[in-house]
Design a protein around this ligand. Structure first.
Ligand SMILES: Nc1ncnc2c1ncn2[C@@H]1O[C@H](COP(=O)(O)OP(=O)(O)O)[C@@H](O)[C@H]1O
Ligand SMILES: [Mg+2]
Length: 252
């Protein structure tokens, strides 16, 4: 199972949109895919048409068998571990326990044989849930919104991924890439940020760019992924392209 953590401590940076639609695109291409909602706000859970639940908190506290936390979604091949408010309490519960950073990684190992891919939607913090996601993941994807990138926060995040890798052996996480999202060709403030991104972060950039598309926001409002809501939209095509890039162009 190849696991991607979608991380950015800034709220509204496109994590959930990316986790949900990347997971759906991987599933639609034939990969058995698990979407883990690790945000107590449960936005990803609702975006795939499910209700907030205790599953992710029970997973992190090991109160449930991993297989018992899975729920089906409308998208064939895509299963979900839903989140809910109890996940915030679970985060406090595990913090301070010896080895608490490994809780998610250990639990997901129990599901590795069932899935080809796992996408983890992280909360807008760099707290214990996000650290658990990084330790569990092989690769971190950092969505960066076009006109609104906080470069100090981005540098801190890049440093933290490296720290997690060196401190939490045998974790082998690496930054797979920065994903440009909500991209608008014509926005003036965004142009200066894009020049800086192209200059200072070039080796980290993913090739795929996700443009600002109403279909992506509409799909979430209708509690379905964009591939189902607007299969011919630019948003659907771009998340399919991202799925191909994440699988290195390999047929699934
Ligand atoms: N490419 C996009 N085009 C249009 N709207 C987008 C796009 N990506 C995200 N959004 C919208 O931006 C808002 C924040 O995105 P979200 O994925 O929830 O961010 P996060 O999970 O980082 O808080 C949501 O309303 C979402 O629908
Ligand atoms: Mg979110």
């Amino acid at each position: 199972m190849k696991t991607f953590a979608i991380v950015n401590q800034q709220p509204g940076s496109g994590k959930t949109t990316t986790a949900v639609n990347l997971a759906a695109a991987l599933a639609s291409a034939g990969g058995k895919t698990l979407l883990v909602d690790l945000d107590p706000a449960a936005v990803a859970t609702r975006a795939v048409g499910r209700q907030a639940a205790c599953a992710a908190s029970h997973l992190i506290t090991a109160e449930a068998e991993p297989a018992d936390t899975l729920v089906e979604t409308h998208t064939p091949g895509l299963k979900l571990i839903p989140a809910g408010r109890s996940l915030a309490a679970a985060e406090y519960h595990v913090t301070g326990l010896p080895g608490s950073q490994f809780m998610l990684a250990e639990q997901l190992t129990g599901l590795a044989g069932e899935f080809d891919f796992c996408a983890i939607d992280c909360p807008p913090t760099l707290g214990p849930l996000t650290i658990n996601a990084m330790v569990a993941a092989e690769q971190v994807v950092i969505p960066i919104p076009h006109a609104d990138t906080d470069f100090h926060a981005l540098d801190a995040l890049i440093d933290i991924v490296h720290t997690v890798k060196t401190r939490f052996s045998p974790c082998t996480v690496r930054i797979r890439g920065l994903l440009r999202v909500c991209f608008e060709n014509k926005t003036q403030p965004g142009k200066a940020a894009q020049r800086k991104i192209a200059r200072d972060y070039k080796p980290l950039l993913l090739n795929t760019i996700i443009h600002k598309t109403p279909a992506l926001a509409d799909a979430a409002g209708h509690a379905v992924c964009v591939l189902e809501h607007s299969p011919r939209s630019k948003g659907a095509a771009e998340y399919k392209a991202l799925a191909r890039e994440m699988t290195d162009g390999n047929e699934l």
